[in-house]
Ligand binder design. Structure first.
Ligand code: ADP
Length: 490
């Protein structure tokens, strides 16, 4: 059994893990940066330990500090969440060395999947299809140029160590290649300290479909179905749903088998995700494996009726794989949207400020995984994702109706958010039809723009809630009116 888990992370994922710990009877310890407003997140934890007072690099990303915090806080396990150190083999190895349980895969599996080029080599050995491309050691510009011509334009230049869409360049003709390679190398060096590149055929209008897998580290692996994450902005996911619309069972089963083979190939332990890109002709190719819990894991939990974090805790505490493949079923439809403090009317620039009023939607099939509440200060040091809204219903149509309603009921004042924009997105007729691809947002940019101000329902909702607020908590009233005022000017 695990006794006490350190979570060196922040926001909604820290809360998510703390909740699972409490249900499992495990103590939780938050490792935090003093530059972060942790007041909301802290409530869910039994204890908290500072990782320092700096930005991410000096706190959440510092392996030595994290191990030290675990020791000081007498944690016997670390759950890294996602982002930060979650995919750094170095942390998993440091845990092994310090006698701390790392809740996640083995360091060797993380390392094997850490490089896009190396994971492509591995997949080819396992017979899992990869995007036609070049993933060789020779990084000479002339070699890359010859290889690009062989692959055929357009090609996608990618950083082998990449993530978060960084170091990625679409190249449509030979004369654009050299500058693209140079700038991708610079960005990769800066972001990952590694400038190696790979080339892939650029697939026009693809879909991004990934499989949740879960292994015990002894070769037993199950999958918990797919997630369609095709609705993206600048290669970053905005909406995720499961099941993937408009795909046959036969195609999904073939992809599931490839995902399980990929995970078995690295002796996978704990929760992980195998990502594929799918052409309009329904050919699928391995993209990469994420060796951690994914942001969008809740939609899988909703349709499969599981708790992935509790399963991670149980396995790390010496348990066995909690499911057999035949016990797992996909029921209904779940969709997740990511709520950001950003301004869709101004290039999606991240916003900061204090959340002056906050009200989450609720009701049947509505789940909110949030990392903020009323009064939280949104700073500039960290990711501006505030929360995830997950709606579940018996069908895709009903899930969209529910999401539309829940977004309408979601009120955040004091900082701009993408809530109204998300509503336009999920109610778009093409989305309703399931005609999704990674180009969706770019293709529908104009119709997703605000036409008339959509602030009326939100304002009405806030105003109608004021008398109740006043009788319950008179101190909060002034700030509510302040926020409405400043919002009105915005
Ligand atoms: P990162 O690790 O930086 O997120 P990925 O390899 O996972 O990069 O790709 C992110 C997204 O970029 C994919 O979901 C897809 O939208 C797009 N993409 C990746 N590879 C290709 C490709 N070969 N052709 C077209 N789009 C691609």
């Amino acid at each position: 059994m695990i006794r006490r888990v350190l979570v060196p992370n922040r926001g909604e994922i820290a809360v998510r893990i703390a909740r699972a710990c409490r249900e499992a009877g495990v103590e939780s310890l938050l490792g935090y940066s003093e530059a972060d407003d942790i007041r909301y997140v802290r409530r869910y934890f039994d204890d908290a330990v500072p990782l320092g007072s700096g930005d991410a690099r000096e706190t959440y990303l510092d392996v030595a500090r994290v191990i030290d915090a675990a020791r000081k806080g007498t944690a016997d396990a670390i759950h890294p969440g996602y982002g930060f150190l979650s995919e750094r083999a170095e942390l998993a190895a440091a845990c092994d060395e310090a006698g701390i349980i790392f809740i996640g895969p083995k360091a060797s599996s993380i390392a094997a999947m850490g490089s896009k080029a190396e994971s492509r080599h591995l997949m080819q050995r396992l017979g899992v299809p990869v995007v036609p491309g070049y993933d060789g050691e020779d990084q000479n510009v002339n070699t890359l140029t010859t290889e690009a011509a062989r692959i055929g334009f357009p090609v996608l230049v990618k950083a082998s160590a990449g993530g978060g869409g960084k170091g990625m360049r679409i190249v449509r003709s030979a004369d654009e290649l050299r500058p693209a390679i140079e700038s991708a190398q610079r960005e990769a060096k800066k972001s990952f300290g590694d400038d190696r590149l790979l080339l892939e055929r650029y697939i026009e209008e693809p879909r991004h479909v990934e499989f949740q897998i879960f292994g015990d580290g002894n070769g037993n692996v199950v999958h918990l179905f797919e997630r369609d994450c095709s609705i993206q902005r600048r290669h970053q996911k905005v909406i995720e749903e499961t099941p993937a619309p408009r795909y046959s069972d036969e195609l999904r089963q073939r992809m599931a088998a490839a995902a399980v083979a990929a995970a078995r190939g690295v002796d996978y332990r704990s929760a992980g995700t195998v990502e594929f890109i799918v052409t309009p002709e329904n050919e699928f190719y391995f993209l990469e494996m994420n060796t951690r819990l994914q942001v969008e894991h809740p939609i899988t939990e909703e349709v499969a009726g599981v708790d992935l974090v509790r399963a991670q805790l149980a396995l790390a505490g010496g348990g066995t794989l909690p499911w057999k493949q035949e016990d797992l079923h996909q029921r209904g439809h779940a969709i997740e949207v990511r709520i950001y403090a950003e301004d869709p009317d101004d290039r999606f620039l991240p916003q900061s400020g204090k959340i002056a009023f906050y009200r989450e939607p609720s009701g049947p099939g509505v789940r909110v995984d949030a990392g903020v509440s009323q009064g939280t200060e949104i700073g500039v040091n960290f990711d501006p994702m505030l929360a995830k809204l997950i709606c579940y219903a018996e069908s895709r149509d009903a899930a969209i109706d529910r999401l539309d309603r829940a977004l309408r009921d979601y009120i955040v004042l004091g900082t701009k958010t993408n809530i109204s924009w998300l509503r336009r997105l999920v109610t778009h007729p093409a989305f309703r039809d399931g005609r999704v691809s990674t180009r969706f947002i770019a293709d529908h940019e104009e119709s997703l723009q605000r036409s008339t101000p959509e602030i009326v329902p939100a304002i009405a909702a806030v105003l109608s809630s004021i008398p109740k607020q006043r009788s319950q908590r008179s101190a909060g009233v002034a700030s509510v009116w302040d926020s409405v005022g400043s919002w009105g000017r915005a």
